[in-house]
Design a protein around this ligand. Structure first.
Ligand code: GAR
Length: 206
């Protein structure tokens, strides 16, 4: 029998619905990921992700963006909250703000993000709408390591879906989301199993 891997501590950052967060919780509960989720950190006190965390018994830290006088003050509080997690990995699962350079530097190589497009196409907000407007025939999602840019870090996993002739933004977003729910738990699993090797911007899966 294979010896059990030591479990990594992961923390999740989410701003809203939290369906990707749920996919990670479910994969941990099923025993697919050798990790414990130690915290949900959110910038939004109304995020449905908070209810998901509470149902799973995961502690929540809310750093309410609206309560801070500046982005700098918010980022200081967020950095402190993240340090307090003592996490091996931070998973950005629908965290809808751009992280400042201090945070990116502090947790360099230990943060991954899910984006609903095949990067480097359609970075930033409303990626599914951007894809439809451009007229692409294939769309998808990307899990990448977070660097200083917006959605520019080394790519861990991508999954594709077709764009169908009558798609609207919601239909395409739903089709992509189903793939996100496979890609993100898999990327977390690979990280937690120490199977990701990053050289320059290439990620090799061992
Ligand atoms: C997901 O589609 C995720 O890829 C996207 O927000 C959604 C969150 O859904 N993230 C971004 O666009 C980040 N730039 P969820 O809250 O149900 O996981």
């Amino acid at each position: 029998m294979e010896p059990e891997l030591p479990r990594k501590r992961i923390a999740v950052l989410a701003s809203g619905r939290g369906s990707n967060f749920q996919a990670v919780i479910d994969a941990i509960t099923a025993g697919d990921i050798p990790a414990i989720c130690v915290r949900l950190v959110t910038d939004n006190p109304g995020a449905y992700a908070i209810e998901r965390a509470e149902s799973a018994g995961i502690p929540v830290t809310t750093v309410d963006f609206a309560k801070f006088p500046s982005k700098t003050a918010y980022e200081e509080a967020l950095l402190a909250a993240m340090q307090d997690c003592r996490a091996d990995l931070f998973v950005l699962a629908g965290y809808m703000r751009i992280l400042g350079p201090e945070i990116v530097h502090e947790f360099s190589g230990r943060m991954i993000n899910i984006h609903p497009a095949l990067l480097p196409a359609f970075a930033g907000l409303h990626a599914q709408w951007q894809a439809l407007e451009y007229g692409v025939k294939v769309a998808g999602c990307t899990v990448h390591i977070v660097d200083e840019g917006v959605d520019t870090g080394p790519i861990v996993i991508q999954r594709c879906v077709p764009v169908l002739p009558d798609d609207d933004e919601a239909m395409l977003a739903d089709r992509i989301l189903a793939e996100e729910h496979k890609a993100l738990p898999l990327a977390v699993k690979l990280f937690c199993e120490d199977r990701l090797e990053v050289t320059d911007r290439r990620v090799r899966i061992r």
